[in-house]
Design a protein. Structure first.
Length: 117
């Protein structure tokens, strides 16, 4: 995890690339901690996910991280989701949104890659 400067704007890069499940958990926890130190709706982030072994546990961790960082995230981009993994992630996101709507009775915004437009 690192902070970079891009054209005068700070971007938090959260790199899960090729991480096994325990590392995914650790990086997610650190990402949450860093974002919670920032003002609401102020964090621009880039999440690298290329090569993560596909598992429902990793999807769950990613979904929980997404939910918990929403108060801090201005925009988030995800890099490294392609092909079948992209299809599975989109389906997982739709199921989470439907479940969330059923529990809360209110609409849920779009997914990680394009929320807070």
């Amino acid at each position: 995890m690192r902070l970079i400067d891009h054209e005068g704007r700070e971007i938090l890069v959260i790199d899960f690339s090729r991480a096994e499940l325990e590392m995914v958990r650790a990086v997610a926890a650190e990402g949450l901690h860093v974002m919670q130190q920032r003002p609401a709706l102020s964090v621009l982030s880039l999440v690298e996910v290329e090569g993560i072994p596909f598992s429902t546990d990793a999807l769950q961790i990613g979904g929980e991280l997404t939910d918990r960082v929403q108060p801090y995230a201005l925009r988030t981009a995800v890099n490294g989701v392609t092909g079948f993994r992209g299809f599975m992630l989109a389906n997982h996101r739709r199921r989470r949104q439907a479940s969330h709507q059923a529990v809360q009775g209110s609409p849920v915004g779009p997914g990680v890659a394009d929320h807070r437009r």
